[in-house]
Design a protein around this ligand. Structure first.
Ligand code: PGA
Ligand code: ZN
Length: 424
């Protein structure tokens, strides 16, 4: 039974404030959860409450969200069984009363929702992945390691936000993570040898200035080979274009030229032919439905096409996408929708229509590892949580190592089954 709900303002990985919530149960259990924050946020995401007081944290303080947890949400939850996750989450939604959770703040709401789940798990004596996923949770996701950062996560003119490697050929998560880390170091050497910068972007990947987006892919292929792996067979490539960021007035400004959705789609078709790409996220802007539908029809049987800003982990947006046949996979970010129950609903909906799910961090993260457990709980098969470096990123990958170990012989690494099998 929930006895007390606490909250405080802490720092995220970019040095911005965020919300941490603590839930205490009457059996002595105390668990906390911290809330992440995006930079390339979608227009349709649930709203994170920021104080707007320019004298504190450049207006980004979250004292109002903390107060909402302490004064409004907490007292409503005292006395409820922590295992009643859906009751708790429905209460949070009703208490807020707005469609975008902007009154209490999605940051306040998510912190509470996740902390309640963690407290319920701990109190039941179960690991979080087991508590949420039940006895059949056993699939370890492919780590989609973001080793080269551009877009809104770097100060360069590389348009594409994330260049990821997916160690699909590994036998276990542990091996996949080692391969990924080796390629990460290999890429650093390749960049150094070419006189390119090895400074890091927001998600821990290198952020060199490059003259084209294809250059990034070529450098990564060299890094994979130099590390002793076969591109495509051992390690595949994936992108998050985050195209909403460079779309305005009906055009995509890409590599310094204005392009239409058709031109962008043709460019992706070339990339899919030239590189071992298994997944492209947000290739087009968040409301360019017609572009998404056309691109899915053209490329959807060759590559996974993931909706992030398009779906914002929102079952209603996803339903719209499914009915129009836009994208073929869902990016899952707990803070885009704001409660655990709604997140699980989005994943179930995706699964029931044959859409894959990729669990995801945000570019602003904390040491909270909840998403690692959720990836295994829902059998997502894929997780992206940045480079295999920087504590807030490795916290999630390291938690997956622990989960794999805890599962022992029952663990299965998703490998290439994580992605749709496309007939050649
Ligand atoms: P964000 O980036 O957290 O800055 O939104 C991650 C993504 O676009 O997937
Ligand atoms: Zn994205």
């Amino acid at each position: 039974v929930i006895e007390q709900v606490g909250a405080r303002e802490i720092l995220d990985s970019r040095g911005n404030p965020t919300v941490e919530v603590e839930v205490a149960l009457d059996d002595g259990t105390l668990e906390r959860a911290a809330v992440p924050s995006g930079a390339s946020t979608g227009e349709h995401e649930a709203v994170e409450l920021r104080d707007g007081d320019a004298k504190r944290y450049l207006g980004k303080g979250v004292e109002h969200a903390v107060t909402a947890v302490l004064d409004e949400i907490g007292p409503e939850l005292v006395g409820i069984e922590a295992v009643e996750q859906r009751v708790v989450d429905q209460k949070l939604v009703d208490l807020d009363g707005t469609p975008d959770k902007g009154r209490l703040g999605a940051n306040a709401i998510l912190g509470v929702s996740l902390a309640v789940a963690k407290a319920a798990a701990a109190s039941s004596g179960l690991e979080l992945f087991r508590y949420v996923g039940g006895p059949n949770a056993h699939v370890l996701p492919v780590p989609m390691l973001n080793i080269l950062n551009g877009g809104a996560h770097a100060d360069t003119d590389v348009d594409i936000q994330e260049f990821m490697i997916a160690p699909i050929g590994a036998e276990s998560f542990r091996e996949a993570l080692r391969w990924g880390a080796e390629v990460y170091h290999s890429l650093k050497s390749v960049l150094k040898s070419k006189g390119l910068g090895t400074g890091l972007g927001d998600e821990g990947g290198f952020a060199p200035s490059l003259s084209s987006n294809r250059d990034a892919l070529d450098l990564i292929l060299v890094a994979i080979e130099k590390a002793g792996y076969r591109p495509g067979r051992d390690i595949a490539l994936a992108l998050d274009v985050a195209a909403t960021e460079f779309f305005s007035d009906g055009a995509y400004t890409f590599e310094k030229n204005k392009r239409s959705a058709e031109q962008m789609s043709a460019y992706y078709a070339e990339l899919v032919d030239a590189y071992p790409l298994v997944s492209i996220e947000d290739p087009l802007s968040e409301d360019d439905w017609d572009g998404w539908v056309a691109m899915t029809a053209a490329l959807g049987d060759k590559v996974q096409i993931v909706g992030d800003d398009l779906f914002v982990t929102n079952p209603e947006r996803l339903e719209e996408g499914i009915s129009r046949r836009a994208a073929n996979a869902l990016l899952v970010k707990v803070n885009q929708i704001g409660t655990l129950s709604e997140t699980l609903d989005a994943v179930s909906l995706a699964t029931s229509y044959g859409y894959r799910s990729m669990m995801s961090h945000r570019s602003g993260e904390t040491e909270d590892t909840t998403i690692a457990d959720l990836a295994v709980a829902v059998g997502a098969g894929q997780i992206k949580t940045g480079a295999p470096a920087r504590g807030e990123r490795t916290a999630k990958y390291n938690q997956l190592l622990r989960i794999e170990e805890a599962l022992g012989d029952a663990a299965r690494y998703a490998g290439d089954t994580a992605f749709p099998r496309f007939t050649p």
